[in-house]
Write a protein that binds this ligand. Structure first.
Ligand SMILES: [Ca+2]
Length: 391
């Protein structure tokens, strides 16, 4: 299939830290993120539990974690990262980090954080979301370009344009770029397309969440055929989406897989059928939560911002991690955040409790229950690893 790289119809240069994330997200809630470079991984004002061996511990209710800030062994001179946006593990046990640093699209690690290699390609920009898909017996990577393209290496300077979704071989060569909704005549030329994330359906199709633009979900066959479009802002409808920042599927009920989409600006996760019919909502007061990640009978998600005392203004550098029971959706632990509390069964507003994270953008959970945490706008930090304490 022809690869089409669209020309930007809007260009915005970002010259300072008075900017965006998940940039366009700010336009939805009219706030400004004040971020400052911070390369110090050892700030002294942590207030989490400290073990006798000096390790910081965060989390609650038997889901507590050592904070490993030094998991990544990548050299910034070789494999720079601006935003550590999302991660996944392939069948060979390698961790892939997707980045928007113009020097590389992916950084590949061993599980222990040993640097393996980078993947770079001139057509892979704005890395924001990641997944794996097996086609013709071969495991492929999926690169989601969120439409914010860095213009200077490792600098906080961006051009806003349309994004894209690309399937590539693990050697970095491109197999296919999914057609844009403009090419397909689904979007008009004045509608923006800025996908945030993808999910793979039971039929090996690809669901694309256009979370920085239309908030619609585009369902593609892996050959690029568009099956349907659903979601979007439907004010007043419980399936309304606002900043559909992550998309994933809960397969725990084989009879009815549920597509979970973050409505991040509403502090909610919403479930839909594979056809896009709304099913249910999880309310996460105070927490701008992203993709739901399912593992170990839990639902894990990263919080990019929390609100002042859980109810006030959105605070900069206020992220944390949430862990819910997958079946009941009860919040069990909030590493870096306040201990989950309930009044008459109702979850009370949450907020950051320890300044461990700045903006948790996405996470990956391995077979040991350890969590790899990627951050946005954190001073070019590599992912942290939260190592589960077996108590
Ligand atoms: Ca996903």
């Amino acid at each position: 299939m022809k690869i089409t790289v669209r020309q930007p119809f809007v260009k915005i240069r970002v010259h300072s830290w008075l900017k965006i994330c998940c940039l366009s997200a700010l336009s939805w809630w009219g706030n400004i993120v004040h971020g400052h470079p911070d390369h110090d991984h050892h700030s002294a004002d942590h207030t989490g539990t400290v073990l006798t061996d000096g390790a910081e511990v965060i989390g609650h209710n038997g889901l507590r974690y050592r904070v490993n800030r030094e998991w990544s062994q990548a050299d910034p001179a070789v494999a720079p990262v601006t935003n550590a946006h999302a991660m996944i593990e392939d069948s060979e046990g390698h961790i892939y980090l997707v980045t928007d640093d113009m020097a590389n699209a992916f950084i590949v690690y061993e599980k222990d954080g040993t640097f393996v290699r980078t993947i770079a390609h001139e057509d892979l920009k704005g890395g924001h979301g990641i997944d794996l898909i097996t086609l013709d017996g071969e495991e492929h990577l999926i690169h989601v370009d969120g439409g914010w393209h860095q213009t200077q290496p490792s600098a906080w300077e961006w051009e806003r344009t349309n994004g894209s979704v690309t399937i590539l071989h693990k050697d970095g060569t491109i197999r296919l770029r999914l057609p844009s909704p403009h090419d397909l005549g689904v979007f008009t030329e004045d509608e923006r397309y800025q996908p945030c994330d993808v999910a793979i359906t039971p039929d090996n199709d690809i669901l694309v969440a256009d979370g920085y633009a239309s908030d619609r979900v585009l369902h593609f066959k892996p050959d690029g055929t568009l099956v349907r479009v659903w979601g979007g802002p439907n004010p007043g409808h419980p399936g309304h989406l606002k900043n559909a920042h992550g998309i994933s599927i809960d397969y725990s009920d084989p009879a009815q897989p549920k597509v979970w989409v973050s409505s991040r600006a509403e502090n909610k996760l919403k479930a839909f059928t594979l056809e896009g019919d709304w099913l249910e909502t999880i309310d996460l007061p105070g927490a701008r939560a992203g993709q739901a990640f399912f593992a170990h009978d839990k639902l894990y998600t990263g919080v990019c911002w929390s609100l002042e005392n859980g109810v006030g203004q959105q605070l900069p550098e206020s992220g944390f991690v949430l862990i819910l029971d997958q079946a009941t959706h009860r919040v069990l632990s909030a590493p870096g955040g306040t201990e989950p509390t309930f009044i008459d069964g109702e979850l009370q507003p949450m907020h950051q409790a320890q300044p461990i994270f700045k903006h948790v953008h996405d996470l990956y959970v391995d077979d040991q229950g350890d969590i790899y945490v990627g951050e946005w706008n954190s001073g070019n930090r590599y992912p942290y690893k939260l190592e589960l304490i077996h108590e």
